[in-house]
Design a protein around this ligand. Sequence first.
Ligand code: ATP
Length: 561
Amino acid sequence: MLVLCFAIAGGAFATVPPILLGKLVDLVLPLQMTEMIGWLVAAVFFAFLGKVIFESLQEFVQVKIGLDIITDMQLTAFRKLHRAPMSMFATTPRGDILFRLTHDVEAIQNLNSTVIPRFLQQFLGAIAAFVAVIAIYWPAAVVMLAVFVIYLGPSYLLGRKVRKLSEVQRNMLADLYAHMQESIESIRLVRTFVTEEREAETQSVKLNAWKKFAIYAALISKVNWRLGNLMQVASPGVVMLIGGMAVWQDEISIGTLVACIGFIPAMFLPIRSLAENALMIQQAIPALQRIFEYFHLPEEQAEGLPAVGTVKGELQMENIWFAYPGTEAQVLRGVSLHVQAGQHIGIVGASGGGKSTLIQLLLGLYTPEQGTVLVDGKDMNTHDRNSFRLQVGVVSQETFLLNSTLRHNLLYARPDASPEELDAAVKASGLGEFLDSLEEGYETIVGERGLKLSGGQRQRVALARAILRRPPVLIFDEATSSLDGETEERVQEALEQLMPGRTTITIAHRLVTVRDADEILVLDHGVVAERGTHEELLKLQGQYHRLYTAQYSELEKEGAV
Ligand SMILES: Nc1ncnc2c1ncn2[C@@H]1O[C@H](COP(=O)(O)OP(=O)(O)OP(=O)(O)O)[C@@H](O)[C@H]1O
């Protein structure tokens, strides 16, 4: 409302100078009213001043509103993404997601902070000028309207074409960005396989394809702009022609004609500005559509589900069937699991058998197609999964680190942990020696995605995080896989110290890790092939026995056992 009031006031002030110019020609000059000239100049000056003041106020308010909208949109999209199902991240390139949140938002912001405020002024200015021309000499207004209508047809068609091109261009740009991002992120892979040239070639092909579209779109929008210019140049001529005839026939005064011509630029400004900014506008439309798509993303779980409360640690998975979204293969086929609070369960089996998938389903990162996941007897489909995840400590094959200090990375699990708790967790996870070797200690920056840490050090950071969290449920998914034999033993001891009183699920390839578990599941091609204690499984003389004896003889050969 404020913007509209300011814009209307600005537009009203803008109509004053041409009218005064008409008066100057009709009255002041012929009647030689010299004392009036000073007043006229002052009035024109104040009219301009009023116009500038109100337009500036309008722009300021509008820029503020525009930025409020943009930040709101970005935050909404960001929040929506964090609530989206995991399958979305498996199928969408990260570069595309980032492009939407940054460059698409920027495209809308450019429009919002520059073109839209000015266009509103110009549009209201044009209406005010049009009304003024109707009042002083309506045939001139009709001519202007006719020119408008003639221009609108081709301009609309050209605009539509530019928009379609911009849509393709936007997707191409997002793809380009995704490739750039992936290539830089995989720099180690690129260097190791010496694929720099191939990467540059792919980038060049994508860039050239985009450039072609960009040139074409720019060309069409320039044609549109030229067309607008042509109309702007042609219309004063037409007005002069019919206005001049009216002056000869004494229907209007010369001053009225001068005032009408004085209004022409104001009437054409919105069209000119639309044509000038056509590319920016047409690029912002697909950008807006791409952001809106994120507003309607499906959510991992419904809002407002009840929390699970303090978890005791009884976990149940009943007859779980699951295929990853968009794939056919059933990764889990009728798997059931029952862990009493405080028990330790081991899951072993060949690679690709579905062990990690089972954990992802337990954490609610995916929803099973069939079967239920119960925590302390509460169905995770009808309870808030986050309230359960908050009470689980996970140490997995992959550790995610932030490009920040070691302290920040460790405290990510529990920001309110005391310095003593932090020190204890570092010691228990076997990170102490490494920490002592760092000049800056906890304040050492560990690098983007933890590139400055070794695989083993990263895993110990994950372990320290789990310790800090003191969760009732612990999940170790190949938690010691990146460690050397000696460190593995030490970390394993640390893990075992953590376990008493906590429900623990350990996924391991090295069977000695789960030898003491209360129950061991052998997962094979998505089904539980065998289950029982270490002794029971050995007696079975089945898969577990085969795996164990193979590993045992290896260890024996190495002299480790
Ligand atoms: N995001 C995904 N989309 C589609 N298929 C997947 C996805 N993640 C895993 N899979 C498939 O699911 C199957 C089980 O994978 P999972 O990671 O659970 O095996 P695993 O037993 O933990 O293997 P490993 O011991 O090698 O870690 C594999 O065949 C894998 O290709």
